[in-house]
Design a protein. Structure first.
Length: 139
């Protein structure tokens, strides 16, 4: 069992905003009327707000992670997640997107590298890689 604290785990908004801005520009280039361009930008702004709310919901700012051989637990004031890390987990450059299979539902949890210390982040990535590759953890 390994326990560590997540502090200041802030979501990175630049890639999301950049994606929706580029989508608006590209779609705006192919639309012919001013009204359709305004509608396109409005729909993309609404989609941006909706996606950002979803990302913030699965990207808690602080909490405690408990890694066990086949289980992971995350707890903070508003969110409690417990279950197994599934192979759908993604390891990106500066964050780990954990897909956790709980007792009755699947849930995503995003942990950024700047939210934990280097050793804890390395252990979290190792646990995610074990889940992705389907290997049995060795001691």
């Amino acid at each position: 069992m390994y326990r560590f604290t997540v502090v200041n785990n802030k979501a990175e908004q630049r890639p999301v905003v950049l994606f929706f801005c580029l989508l608006s520009v590209v779609l705006g280039l192919y639309l012919s009327s001013f009204f359709s361009i305004v509608v396109c930008i409005t729909v993309n702004a609404i989609a941006l707000c909706w996606v950002w709310q979803k990302i913030v919901a699965i990207h808690p700012e602080s909490g405690v992670i408990i890694l066990e051989p086949k289980q992971i637990r995350f707890e903070n004031e508003s969110l409690k997640v417990q279950g197994q890390i599934t192979p759908k987990t993604k390891i990106l450059n500066t964050s780990v997107w954990l897909h956790i299979k709980g007792f009755n539902k699947h849930q995503w949890l995003i942990i950024s590298a700047n939210g934990v210390n280097k050793q804890s982040y390395a252990r979290l990535k190792r646990a995610a890689l074990i889940a992705i590759n389907g290997e049995v953890e060795s001691k």
